[in-house]
Write a protein that binds this ligand. Structure first.
Ligand code: ADP
Ligand code: MG
Length: 139
């Protein structure tokens, strides 16, 4: 059964471009409640841990380098059908293929620097949320 939480982070390109506010506004207007939120930066090693599942992919080293290149804004979000609805809100991985009006369509720079992360399953949402937030940091 689908749970009502997902995990996201605004990626370094979107933070650097000054789009934290615009993206957070879209998330809230789409009906998601922010359960946890902070601004932080990943080391390359910690970025590697987060994206461990992609460690065999050709873009893994570039991705870890990019994801540790600047500040990020991780969040836990709550809404009915959160995981699936959030993936719809952000659009396809490649912004060239992201539907009109999605966050990646509006704000992503490239397939790598694509503005925002969204968990792909309830199980990963829980794992990823715990990667950044302790129980007392969730509201
Ligand atoms: P998503 O973030 O849409 O779930 P993936 O899990 O497949 O996409 O990939 C994780 C992240 O790795 C992407 O959001 C993107 O930043 C990067 N990435 C994915 N595919 C590529 C690629 N072909 N070239 C460069 N970076 C990529
Ligand atoms: Mg993914």
């Amino acid at each position: 059964m689908a749970t009502n939480r997902t995990f996201t982070m605004i990626k370094p390109d979107a933070v650097e471009a000054g789009n934290i506010g615009a993206i957070t506004k879209m998330i809230q207007e789409a009906g998601f409640r922010i359960v946890a939120m902070k601004m932080t930066k990943l080391s390359e090693e910690r970025a590697g841990q987060f994206y461990e599942v992609h460690s065999e992919r050709p873009f893994y080293n570039d991705l870890c380098n990019y994801m540790s290149s600047g500040a990020i804004v991780p969040m836990i979000l709550e809404k009915d059908n959160a995981v699936e609805d959030f993936r719809t809100l952000i659009g396809a991985t490649n912004p060239a293929e992201a539907a009109e009006g999605t966050i990646r369509n509006l704000f992503a720079e490239s397939i790598e620097a694509n503005a925002i992360h969204g968990s792909d399953s309830d199980e990963n949402a829980a794992i990823e949320g715990s990667f950044f937030f302790s129980a007392t940091e969730r509201f």
